[in-house]
Unconditional design. Structure first.
Length: 158
């Protein structure tokens, strides 16, 4: 019987990534033409780890940093989002095994400052962690966002 990979194994499995490729044809209608990077999961995790306490980042800032790192026009929005989700679950898995310092995934927001309900612990846990770091969470319909998240954005990636 095949055993399931842990989240940390999934995070470490680069599957030949990163890849930089020219986007054309049908894909260019959706994302635009140019050079796109498909990052490796560990690259996304590495950027997420750089966000200090009290600061925030959105998937879009991660994409900009990844594109700059690879001298591409843009980074794939789908894989960047998926890999941030894997990084979050890997961090949660590490915490469950007693780790104290993990990727602060709760500081990575969706576009517009929205909390990601698919991250471990859901909205309630993420909101608790963000409030503890001095952020105000507001409800907008069914979504939860960090008020004035733009003022706390972190963009100085190494």
């Amino acid at each position: 019987m095949k055993t399931r990979k842990t989240w940390r194994e999934k995070l470490a499995d680069s599957k030949g990534l990163p890849k930089v490729a020219k986007v054309s044809g049908k894909l260019s209608r959706r994302w635009g033409a140019g050079i796109m990077v498909i990052p490796a999961p560990v690259e996304v995790d590495s950027l997420m780890k750089q966000v200090p306490k009290g600061r925030l980042v959105t998937i879009n800032e991660l994409r900009v940093a990844l594109a700059a790192r690879h001298q591409a026009g843009f980074a794939c929005p789908i894989t960047t989002g998926i890999f941030s989700w894997i990084a979050a679950h890997a961090a949660n898995e590490a915490v469950a095994e007693g780790a104290r310092r993990v990727t602060p995934y709760w500081r990575t927001l969706k576009t517009g400052g929205e909390l990601n309900p698919k991250y471990p612990g859901g909205i309630e846990m993420i909101a608790t962690k963000l409030k503890a770091e001095g952020h105000k969470i507001v409800r907008k319909g069914k979504r939860f966002v960090v008020a004035d998240h733009q003022k706390a954005l972190f963009t100085k990636f190494v």
